[in-house]
Design a protein around this ligand. Sequence first.
Ligand code: ADP
Length: 306
Amino acid sequence: MITVEALTKTYSGFTAVHDVSFTARAGRVTGFLGPNGAGKSTTMRMMVGLTQPTTGSATIKGRPFADLPNPGLEVGVLLDASAQHAGRTGREILGIAQRTMGLPKGRVDELLHRVSLTDDEAERRVRNYSLGMRQRLGIATALIGDPEVLILDEPANGLDPAGIRWMRDLLRDYADQGGTVLLSSHLLHEIEVVADDLVVIGNGRIVAQGTKSELLAAAGTVVRTPRARDLAHALEVAGVACTLGTDGTIRTDADPGQVGEVALAAGVPLVELRSADGAGLEEMFLELTAATQRESGTAPTEKSAA
Ligand code: ADP
C-alpha cells in the first residue's frame, strides 16, 4: 500500500535520510520508530510530496502522492498538528477539507464526534487549542475523506494517557478493517503496543525492520550469574559471542537454551536466564540506535529514556 524505495535526502552535504526502503501493508499498523532527528519526518514529507527527494521514490497505492487525483480520499496525512491555520476554528478547518474533497456536509459533525471534540471546542479558534486538541483535529482532517491509508507523524504528542489509548484503539480498528497505517514515534512504548510491523531508523538509516514478533524474537538472551567472567569465558570458548555489562549481566544473540547448556557444562550457577524480549522493544531500540547516536555525537535524550 505504501512503498518507499531507496529514498535519500541531502541538505547541503548533510544526509538526513539515507537509502531508506520499506513497505507498509494493508490491514497492518506499521510503526516508524527512531530518536528525534533520525529522519522520520523528512521521510514522511517525501512520501507526500512536501519535500523533494534527492534520489529514490515513494508510492501510495501504486502511485506517487502527486499523481493521486483526490489525495484526501486516498490517504489521510497528519504531519504537524501545529501547522493548522491558528485563526480558524476547528469546525472551519474541517469544513474546508470537506468542501475541498467534495464530501457531504454531515461529515464535519461526524468527524468532530469521532475525535471527541465538543461543539464548544469546535467553535474555538485553533490558536486557543491545546496540542492534544490540535492532534485530534488533525486526525479528524486525515480521516474525513475515509481514506484507506493513514500517514501520521508523532500523532500521540500532546495527548493525555486517555487520548493515547483512544488513538491506539482508533488506529487498531482502522487497520483491522483493512486500512494501512504508518505512524511515527520516538516513544518505544507507544509503538510497541500498537504496531504489527516496525521500521526502526537511526541517523537517517534503517537499522531494523520486520514484524514486531520477529524483531523481538531476534533480541537474544540476558543471563546473570555471580561468576559472570567465568560464564563469559565459557561462552566465548563455545563460540557464542557475548557482552558483559558493568552490572554483571551478560547479553548474547544465542537463545537461552544454548546459554543454559554452556553454563551447565562450565558448572556456573545462574541467578537469571531469560529471553531479552522480556524487556520489550526498548532493549532492542536502545541497542540498535546507541551506535548511530554515538556516531553523530548525540547525547542520549529523553526519547531513549522514555
Ligand atoms: P525526525 O522526524 O526523526 O525527528 P527529521 O526528519 O525532522 O527527524 O530530521 C532529520 C535530520 O534532518 C535532522 O538532523 C534535521 O535537523 C535535518 N533536517 C530536516 N529538515 C531539514 C532542512 N530543511 N534543512 C536542513 N536540515 C534538515
